[in-house]
Ligand binder design. Sequence first.
Ligand code: FCB
Length: 482
Amino acid sequence: MPSANLSFPPDFLWGAATAAYQIEGATQEGGRTSSIWDTFSHTPGKVLGGDTGDTACDHYHRWRDDVRLMAELGLRSYRFSVSWPRVQPTGRGPAVQRGLDFYRELVDELLAHDITPAVTLYHWDLPQELESAFPSGHAAGGGWPERDTAHRFAEYAGIVAEALGDRVARWTTLNEPWCSAFLGYGSGVHAPGRTEPVAALRAAHHLNLAHGLGVQALRAALPARARIGISLNPSAVRPLTASAEDLDAQRRIDALANRVFTGPLLKGTYPQDLLTDTAHLTDWSFVRPDDLAAIKQPLDFLGINYYAPAVVSAASGEVDPSAPRRDGHGDSPHSPWPGSESVLFHHAPGELTAMGWPVDPTGLTDLLLQYTAEAPGVPLFITENGAAYDDKPNPDGSVHDPERVRYLHGHLAAVHQAIRAGADVRGYYLWSLLDNFEWSYGYSKRFGMVYVDYETQARVPKSSARWYGKLAATGELPEAED
Ligand code: FCB
């Protein structure tokens, strides 16, 4: 695709993203205790190859080098997450100073290199102790299905804000609450690996509440210049055909993937059709009268994580669980779609990444324009976008990843198109800075623009990193040459 004249606004923020459990390692150092991901990854059969985050990219010890690398590549911003059990090991009570110091030093190093830090407070590593708690005694565990976890999160948010608020201006409460709720408690392919449809719905609500209470705690602790938002992974859901049944499948998945979050966050209400679709499972009485007002906090930005669109249809006849994929997030006999388990997922035709996810940038343009309409006046950031490929070093050690460059080129052209059509997009974070622990896929999937040799921990910028650095330096989309 010719990209002449595709220039981005001068103050557009070019960054890369990571998450604590995926890169830090050092899971037993500095007073950190286990998160649900430590427990899950150490449970046989949960993560491919038995991989764990014990060492990951050893970023906990190599962060200075990693920041230098970011500066060399020309990044203007870095989105990382704070590990909750590193700063508040039991999920309650006083913080561990060494944990806070780690992030404070990281932030100072970023600022010294003129790289804007963007903090995500929760990227899935709940302190195990909060999952092990049984506040109401009715479920297989505590965690997000329990209301108290939302209050714990708000307390933790306040602690981190007090510690970093003088030097960090960009704050994200939660990363992809859909995954926390529906993969963590529905299909069970993510930690804590529970497969309880009602717990998944309760988790979604308590994550929404955690966001709302968290924003309030952040605003109380942060200076007025702080910008606070959330990163969602909205799904561009498309019907397989225009039949009434397939349109209904689309509506159902849109409710469970998107509107279960944007309803309360943006409108202060849960969509009626979602309540109806799930009425045989729950009466939603876990939503208390004041919750919706607490959740609908003004947002300074909305973060969108995008990888691929979803194509859905109604089930016709017997469902063959081995045929169309349920959701593209790993295989489980349990559905992540409470009340809409029979909806089928299909691959859009065309190229797939190493995750088996289709390459289709049109979904990104669609979502950016959709949220421009649904959240008027709220600036948008792409807080994650990228692709996994089977990158391998050449004999000379270099790593050439033309597929990733093409993927990025296509998706950035799609962002540009949305901006031209009126979307207020302020920045883009490539997922990911480094190859890292890709959750239930372990180290088998490489999303980095920097290759990591897990034996030696050597970092090798791939050709996509150079390409992206050129873009960050000029604001002009370079050709996607091979
Ligand atoms: C997103 C996650 C991120 C990474 C990418 C590939 O859902 O937020 O941590 O795993 O997918």
